[in-house]
Ligand binder design. Structure first.
Ligand code: APR
Length: 308
């Protein structure tokens, strides 16, 4: 039997992800939205690309949660995106209501699923989904680090004129202004970047990666990034569905790792068929640990705003 993936929210991120998943041809995909007819229309369009591109994925659009029943993976992208000038944190109250309602439906219809949270503010929404679902931490994972790291890798590759494939990097911490790019461990084909780029320039690149989402929000004028976010989700789905056990920076519920307890923070995590299979603890310098703790404090503030 083919695997089943449901994507909640058929907006820019959700529908682009569904297109990418369909092209993978390894699962049937259900796309849910509250807007009548819209997910059905997009699903039909994506299915009609199948004969041209050669995939058989059954893509269904729906406004009825019963169609999402027994999903293996549920990706949640529903909510309100950031508007120019708005921080991710401004979104918290607005999206709390949406995520509470969505998570309740996911639990009801797909009690054994693995949830990948995408809605911002990411770390807080992942924490909310864990709280509402009652799922073990292995089955609620947030997408942020893959995207933040991809942004960082893009800028490093561009700076040194290398292939993005040769740039290895990790971005830890919360998704947002407090993210912690580990430039110390960033390499280009094994060569540490401080041998290739000046410290001052590295700092500028770190800052650009930190502001990566906002830069795109400003340019678009309406809405936020979706090509790189959907690609980042796809990599996480690949690792889970194909049990690849990739180590990817993800928002996971820490229980003492990195001296942080009961909070979602971005760290390297191994993803496989069981969802989160292992939290990888990288040895941090005192400075990095302080930044990570600051990042965790920012997430904690949002969790308090939600009152959970
Ligand atoms: N249930 C299901 N879908 C909902 C609900 C709900 N309660 N409320 C809103 N939606 C749907 C909207 O109808 C819309 O189609 O969520 C979709 C969100 O899509 P977009 O507005 O296009 O937003 P998008 O760019 O896809 O971003 C989605 O991902 O990266 C994050 O910050 C971003 O939180 C945002 C999310």
């Amino acid at each position: 039997m083919r695997s089943k993936i449901s994507v909640i929210g058929a907006g820019f991120v959700g529908s682009t992800l569904v297109q990418r998943l369909a092209e993978r041809d390894y699962a049937d995909v259900v796309m849910f939205d509250i807007v009548p007819n819209m997910p059905q229309g997009k699903a039909l369009d994506i299915r009609q690309a199948g004969p041209v591109l050669g995939y058989d994925s059954l893509v269904t659009g729906t406004n009825d949660y019963t169609d999402t029943a027994s999903s293996d993976i549920v990706v949640i992208t529903s909510g309100f995106p950031r508007k120019p000038g708005m921080t991710r944190d401004d979104l918290v109250k607005k999206n709390q209501e949406v995520i509470t309602q969505v998570t309740e439906q996911v639990v009801k219809h797909s009690p054994n699923s693995i949830i990948i949270m995408v809605t911002n503010p990411l770390d807080a929404m992942a924490q909310l989904a864990l709280h509402i679902s009652g799922f073990p931490r292995e089955r609620v994972i947030g997408m942020a680090g893959v995207l933040d790291t991809a942004r960082f890798r893009t800028f490093i590759a561009q700076e040194v004129g290398a292939s993005v494939r040769d740039v290895q990097a990790y971005v830890l911490g919360g998704h947002g202004d407090t993210m912690v790019p580990l430039s110390r461990l960033c390499t280009v084909a094994g060569v540490p970047i401080d041998k290739l780029i000046s410290a001052e320039r590295i700092e500028q690149i770190v800052q650009r990666a930190r502001d990566g989402g906002a830069e795109i929000v400003k340019l678009l004028g309406n809405g936020s990034a979706y090509f790189a976010p959907s690609a980042s989700i796809l990599q996480m789905v690949d690792s889970i569905l194909l049990d690849k056990k990739m180590i990817l920076p993800c928002a996971v519920y820490l229980q003492g790792e990195y001296d942080i307890r009961n909070l979602f923070v971005g760290v390297p995590a191994q993803l496989g068929a069981k969802g989160l299979e292992k939290v990888i603890e990288v040895e941090l310098t005192a400075g990095e640990q302080t930044l990570l703790q600051k990042s965790a404090d920012a997430v904690k503030e949002l969790v308090q705003v939600m009152g959970i």
